[in-house]
Ligand binder design. Structure first.
Ligand code: BTN
Length: 269
């Protein structure tokens, strides 16, 4: 691991317990950055697959659908990783695979079950604690991961207070971000290699057992329109399969707003 400018240093413990062959073998750490996605984009042309950009704080962290990602110092894990060809297609599958890998790593470190919400949300007790952002580049992709680790409710801006949470808020546990990052990278390298070898079908059981909206009636926002239907989970190309009144629909991009599991109360996203 390398820290930028005056914080340059090596974390030998981190490197030693990282079990990966290529992912995270080089990590650049920033105390503060606008967005790790921007740093990754800047370095993309001159770096091999597997570089990780990690920051303690982001001044302009961004999320899906042009949203901001609240990234205060000391309480979240914010990193971007570079993946280059050969990559499996379609590329949005990397968002789902990353969400699975992150959820499994969190389960290992925190000891509780996490849930997934199509396409890339990681939830705990039904509230969002992590998200993934994919950005395409010529010759590869940048995968951004944000996890609310120690964030306290009182710190949260009003617009995310209702829907978001953090690991600390949900469990009372103080989790080491460095340890979490290491476990996530170990899981992700394995997942990316398996995707390339076996395709997304190999991951379906791992997705479905955590999918909060699997076989639930959902209301979904797709651009300006709202679609309703029965969510059948992701298809092998990563699109969400929705059974609507007018037939089966593949949803390429959107957001599940509300889901209702028979016999349960409605859950708002
Ligand atoms: C989402 O909207 O759910 C995706 C959030 C992704 C946030 C991460 S934090 C690290 C990386 N840098 C960013 O600016 N965004 C991603």
């Amino acid at each position: 691991m390398r820290e930028d400018n005056k914080n340059r240093g090596k974390d030998i413990h981190f490197a030693r317990s990282l079990a990966t062959k290529w992912l995270g073998q080089r990590i650049i750490f920033f105390r503060e950055v606008a967005s790790t996605q921007d740093e990754a984009r800047r370095l993309f042309p001159c770096t091999p697959s597997g570089l990780v950009i990690w920051a303690d704080r982001q001044k302009a962290g961004r999320g899906r659908l042009s949203r901001k990602w609240f990234s205060p110092r000391g309480s979240g894990l914010y990193f971007s990783l570079i993946l280059k060809e050969p990559l499996f297609r379609p590329l949005p599958l990397y968002g789902l695979i990353t969400a699975i890998g992150v959820a499994e790593a969190l389960e290992k470190e925190v000891g509780v079950s996490f849930q997934l919400k199509w396409p890339n949300d990681v939830l705990l007790n039904g509230r969002k604690v992590g998200g993934i952002l994919l950005e395409a580049q010529k010759g590869g992709i940048i995968v951004g991961v944000g996890i609310n680790v120690g964030l306290q409710r009182k710190e949260m801006p009003p617009e995310i207070k209702e829907k978001a949470s953090s690991i600390f808020q949900e469990t009372g546990l103080a989790i080491s971000r460095a340890r979490l990052l290491r476990t996530i990278l170990n899981h992700l390298e394995e997942a990316y290699e398996l995707l390339l070898e076996m395709g997304f079908e190999a991951f379906l059981p791992r997705w479905q057992k955590r999918d909060v909206a699997f076989l639930a009636r959902v209301i979904l926002r797709r651009g300006d329109e709202v679609v309703k239907g029965l969510a059948l989970g992701p298809a092998s190309d990563g699109t969400l399969l929705l059974k609507t009144d007018s037939g089966l629909v593949h949803v390429h991009s959107g957001e599940i707003l509300l889901w209702e599991i028979p016999g349960w109360e409605n859950q708002a996203a």
